[in-house]
Design a protein around this ligand. Structure first.
Ligand code: RIB
Ligand code: CA
Length: 303
């Protein structure tokens, strides 16, 4: 039976490839998507999620979530993802038909209708935190949470904090402290999954519907990552949360306690990780980059 997953995201170039990977894998069943303000405003991340899914011939429901964090003011990242939040590829015009229910209600209803669902987050964790606060009865229906966020070492938006956590550390703390089995996929591994020019060239040779989108988006993503961070390729952070469900050799995890800093200080948003074999949280500490891109290629060849 395919593994049932629910994706909360803020597309975003790397979120878009996470969606592609989820939709193209027969071993996964994507029950729903919710979107959150993050890489761009909610209106833009919602349109981007709809464009990507409809371009990939999927009618998976997309529910609108939080337009701002639980407590702090809104933080977006247009310098990386562009004005639209997904610059570089022009999608056909699709009807903007979203799920009628808001993200928290849709996530709650989806989880209560299933025995066990893996909840994947690749943006600020506001929607999941709100659902846990409002509907604690969903907890037994969550097989595990897999989140792109945090880092065992340096941040990206600040020296201490990674963007998804920095954007709403209070929400992240609620999720990390929930005692739900969780896997954190942080910058310490995702920074190694760079879409180097030779990777773009390799995927450009595939010439499928999906590879056309991939190549165009990655060319833009690489340009801004070079300008902002001086990287030779954009780090494919988010798809690793999906890839680790496809092959457990792609990421190596270690059980750790993770303390999310919500102090009113320079370390706000830091994820302090401490090894603990008893912890319900596992933190990614190793990555097989070549195997990961083999799965990206396999996905691009399939759709
Ligand atoms: O820090 C990287 C994360 O922030 C990724 O999920 C990216 O899409 C942005 O949301
Ligand atoms: Ca993201």
């Amino acid at each position: 039976m395919p593994r049932k997953i629910f994706l909360d995201c803020d597309p975003g170039h790397d979120d878009a490839i996470a969606i592609l990977l989820a939709l193209s894998s027969p071993s996964l069943s994507l029950l729903g998507i919710s979107v959150v303000s993050g890489n761009q405003t909610l209106e833009k991340t919602a349109r981007n999620a709809l464009n990507v899914t409809r371009y990939l011939h999927s009618d998976v429901p997309i529910a609108l979530g939080a337009s701002k964090p639980l407590k702090r003011s809104r933080l977006n990242c247009g310098e990386i993802h562009g004005e639209s939040g997904l610059d570089g590829f022009t999608f056909p015009e699709y009807d903007l038909q979203y799920e009628k229910r808001d993200a928290v209600t849709f996530l709650k209803d989806t989880l209560l209708s299933q025995d066990k669902v893996t909840v994947v987050t690749t943006g600020p964790m506001t929607n999941l935190a709100s659902a846990l606060l409002q509907y604690p009865e969903i907890i037994p229906h969550i097989e595990e949470i897999i989140s792109m966020g945090g880092s065992t070492d340096k941040g990206n938006l600040t020296p201490y904090a990674e963007f998804n956590i920095l954007a709403d550390a209070e929400a992240a703390k609620i999720c990390f402290d929930s005692k739900i089995p969780m896997r954190m996929v942080g910058l310490n591994v995702t920074r190694k999954a760079l879409v180097l020019p030779e990777i773009v060239e390799r995927m450009d040779k595939i010439k499928t519907h999906s590879s056309k989108m991939f190549v165009a988006l990655m060319k833009f993503f690489n340009k801004t990552q070079k300008e902002v961070f001086g990287l030779d390729g954009g780090p494919l952070h988010d798809p690793l949360t999906i890839a680790c469900l496809l092959d457990d050799k792609i990421l190596h995890f270690e059980h750790m306690d993770v303390d999310v800093d919500i102090s009113d200080s320079i370390t706000y948003g830091q994820t302090r990780c401490k090894p603990n074999k008893e912890s319900y949280i596992q933190v990614a500490t190793g990555i097989d980059v070549n195997l990961f891109f083999d799965y990206i290629e396999k996905a691009l060849r399939s759709c």
